[in-house]
Every structure is written in C-alpha cells, then in structure tokens.
Design a protein around this ligand. Structure first.
Ligand code: HEM
Length: 158
C-alpha cells in the first residue's frame, strides 16, 4: 500500500514536471515569440515563476519518493536474507533523476534570478538572454526526462 502510494506520487510529480516543460517549450514559447520583448520577457517571468514553484515541490517529491521506494525494496531483500542488486534501469533512473533535480535547481536559483534582476531593471535584452539560457537547460532536462521514461517503461538495459 505504501509502495503503491509512493509510486503514484512519483509518477504524478513526473507528469506535472515533464508535461509543464513540454507545454512551455513547444506551445507557449512559439506562440509568444512575436510579442514585443517588454511584454514577452515580463510574461515569461510571471509564467515561469508560477511553474517553478510547482516544479520545486514536484522535483523534491520525485527524489524523495524514488529514494524511499529504493530503500524499502533494499530493506526487504536484506531482511529476507538476500543481497540487494539494484536493477540497471533503476540505477539509470536514479543517476539521471538526480542530474535533473540539480539542473532544475540551477535554472531556478541562478538563471531565473538573473531573469528577475533583468525584469526589475527593465533590461529586456539581458532578460531575453536569460530566457534563452533557461530554454536550453529546460530542453536538456526534457531530453533526460524522456530518456529516463524510455529506459524505465521500455525496460531498456545496456
Ligand atoms: C530522482 C531519482 C529517482 C529515483 C531514486 C527513482 C526511483 C524509482 C523507483 C525505486 C521506482 C520503483 C520501480 C518499480 O517498482 O518497478 C521508480 C518508478 C518509476 N520512476 Fe523513478 N526514480 C527517480 C527519478 C525518476 C525520474 C526523473 C523519472 C522520469 C523522468 C522517473 C520515472 C519513473 C516511472 C515512470 C516509474 C514507474 C515505473 C513502472 O512502474 O514501471 N523516476 N522510480
């Protein structure tokens, strides 16, 4: 029961995180590309601020639920006298998952702050540059996320 609840939290968090990245990158960004920089940068600052609050929670829930599930399985195996060999797919998920969380923290606490400073100073060129950096890292995180999903759900192993 606890395991099922952890997995549900894990997958729901991933859906919000990856779904939001897909929406921002493929639908929102192209739709507002023609707007004046002052409007576009302000709008993206507001939208990303709201999205990143949710992703902060979702990414920490992903990490916590994932580590908790690993711990439960490892404990059960050891308690029943076996030795815990982590499946390759889980190792890939854990390593890339931690990388995704680290990248998100960089986006949120370095690049988004840079964007905020540019907006506060009405420096729209600097704001556009910060947005471009955010976009590149979001794309990398989206790629890693999709890779983890393929490895995990298709049971791809080396
Ligand atoms: C942050 C580190 C992460 C850890 C430690 C972790 C660990 C785990 C564990 C132990 C499971 C249970 C597997 C099972 O019962 O078969 C699981 C399930 C799952 N994880 Fe992660 N995970 C992490 C990040 C991620 C990320 C970033 C994604 C996707 C982008 C992801 C997607 C999934 C999916 C889809 C499942 C369900 C798999 C299934 O039931 O077939 N995880 N994770």
């Amino acid at each position: 029961m606890i395991y099922a609840a952890l997995k549900t939290v894990h997958v729901l968090s991933i859906i919000v995180w990856i779904g939001g990245m897909v929406f921002a990158h493929f639908f929102l960004r192209p739709a507002i590309a023609q707007l004046e920089p002052v409007v576009r940068v302000r709008l993206m600052h507001d939208v990303l601020g709201r999205f990143f609050k949710v992703v902060l929670v979702a990414s920490l829930l992903t990490l916590a639920s994932g580590v908790w599930m690993l711990g439960r399985v490892a404990k059960q195996v050891v308690q029943s006298g076996g030795s815990f060999d982590m499946p390759v797919t889980w190792t890939v998920m854990a390593v890339l998952g931690v990388a995704m969380v680290a990248i998100f923290m960089h986006i949120r606490f370095v690049l988004y702050k840079r964007l905020g400073r540019a907006v506060a100073a009405s420096k729209w060129t600097a704001g556009g540059a910060a947005l471009a950096q955010i976009r590149s890292w979001v794309l990398i995180n989206l790629g890693l996320g999709v890779l983890v999903l393929l490895v995990t759900l298709m049971r791809w192993t080396a």
